[in-house]
Design a protein around this ligand. Structure first.
Ligand SMILES: CC(C)(COP(=O)(O)OP(=O)(O)OC[C@H]1O[C@@H](n2cnc3c(N)ncnc32)[C@H](O)[C@@H]1OP(=O)(O)O)[C@@H](O)C(=O)NCCC(=O)NCCS
Length: 186
């Protein structure tokens, strides 16, 4: 992430990487049931969240989103190897990024997530030079797939009963993506 000149400013927001002092602000929304409902991994305590955020082996970058100096959400950039045939796997390593996001419900409905994720897509393609960015969600997570559609991401997969929710039921899943040459979408 050294190729990014932090902080990054958008029309209304400031983006910068996670710092350990951000934990309380993060926990204030990540602990909420409505935020945890669709997360792949939901921490049960602030300590669990701290351990995950401080994991130095993780290649994930946590981009904090600030409105008037207050943390209102964050976006994860997770480098991934693209699928490839085994004999060319070394040429497909780390070329793709998966994104994830969560925002404080108090700040929903004003386009802040759209504005911040759009900026992160720009960083992924322009500064970080990923060739493809994708993100997935439960099909019932309408707020998340509507966000991806607002951003012009392409719905590539709707898989049937593919994902086990912690409520014990199998849900449909959606995958959206963009290629670098498709950025920015018209
Ligand atoms: C997914 C999530 C970030 C979406 O939040 P959001 O508030 O819907 O998204 P935005 O901040 O971009 O706001 C968009 C809404 O504001 C409206 N809006 C107002 N001003 C806007 C603007 N300037 N630009 C874009 N949208 C604007 C949009 O119409 C939209 O409302 P609608 O859904 O009623 O049509 C949020 O629901 C969340 O954090 N969920 C919990 C965590 C989670 O599920 N993460 C994803 C796991 S896969």
């Amino acid at each position: 992430m050294t190729s990014i000149a932090w902080p990054v400013r958008t029309e209304r927001l400031v983006l910068r990487p996670y710092e350990s002092g951000d934990l309380d602000a993060l926990w204030a929304y990540e602990r909420l049931p409505e935020v945890q409902q669709w997360l792949g991994w939901a921490p049960k305590t602030a300590d669990e969240l701290r351990t995950a955020m401080d994991d130095e082996a993780s290649a994930t970058t946590h981009v904090m989103v600030l409105l008037d100096s207050m943390i209102i959400g964050h976006i994860m950039i997770m480098p991934r190897d693209s699928w490839s045939q085994a004999d060319v796997a070394d040429r497909a390593k780390g070329l793709e990024a998966e994104l994830g996001w969560m925002f404080h419900p108090e700040h929903s409905g004003r386009g802040f997530a759209t504005e911040a994720v759009r900026a992160v897509l720009g960083l992924c393609f322009e500064a970080l030079r990923f060739r493809r960015v994708h993100a997935g969600c439960f099909a019932d997570n309408a707020a998340s797939w509507r966000l991806m559609e607002r951003l012009g991401m392409r719905r590539e997969e709707h898989s049937r009963a593919t994902a086990l929710h912690r409520d014990g039921t199998w849900h449909d899943g959606l995958t959206y993506a963009l290629l670098r040459e498709e950025w920015p979408p018209r």
